[in-house]
Write a protein that binds this ligand. Sequence first.
Ligand SMILES: [Zn+2]
Length: 298
Amino acid sequence: MAEVRTCPVCGGSDFSDLFTAPDHLVTGESFRIAKCCGCGLVVTADPPEENDIGRYYVSDDYISHSDKKQNLTELFYHLARKFMLGRKFRLARRATGKSIGTIVDIGSGTGYFASFMQQKGWNVTGVEINDRAREFSAAKFGIRTLNPSAVNDLGDASADCVTLWHVLEHLYEPEKWMGEIRRILADDGRCIIALPNIESSDAQWFGENWAALDVPRHLWHFSPDTLLHLAEEHGFACEAIRPLPLDLFYIAALSYRNRGRQLALLRGIVTGLFLAVVNLFRSNKASSLIYVISKQKT
Ligand SMILES: [Zn+2]
């Protein structure tokens, strides 16, 4: 086990423990959740070493990397993904003000979003650490996909849009990536970051069983304040924050399954509807948020 010693947002080194959360998906091991005393960033305090994290991703359940539709939850997930691809495309188009352009999708996984953008005429590069996912996206969709170690190959100010869909929370050095994103983003470009929201009403509802804690794969548990703090440290300004409403239902269903409850999907939908109504005028309490950021003028 490693120990988070330095906060990637503020550089602080004091953390206070909050609670312990189990890895529901793969190992059943428990991890400490702690909060930076300097900036409030919530972290997985004792994550695996980076060279050991791979085994925590080995799961038939890790459906964002798979194509299965075996049960109702997965079918629901795949239908939602189809809906979300269109929404992500429209968001990228609106955020950049361009109907076609150059996009870098960091953490491109199996390449569904990258492929969707390519079909819409965008010049797409994926960045993905998982060899199998990279090969899958190249073979199935013909996506140019780089290993993260080759991200230097991307030119300065070459991207109109950089996207990280539920990726930043997995990265061991988010502060280095923010610097890299600033380098490759065009001066009038937009970076879109989607993240679970540790201050969401469902995070409070489910506590240690909140599925979007997803320890130890999620190393950082951002809130609007801590993400915008990180962005500002790297010379970005916030253009918009938007809720990702469908994530709530999926996360709630998985959270009920984590608690060992029957009818987890049904319970997830009912709780999701309740919380969606509660959050109608409090979008910063949404389960997941999308941040659109731009380079501050220097
Ligand atoms: Zn901090």
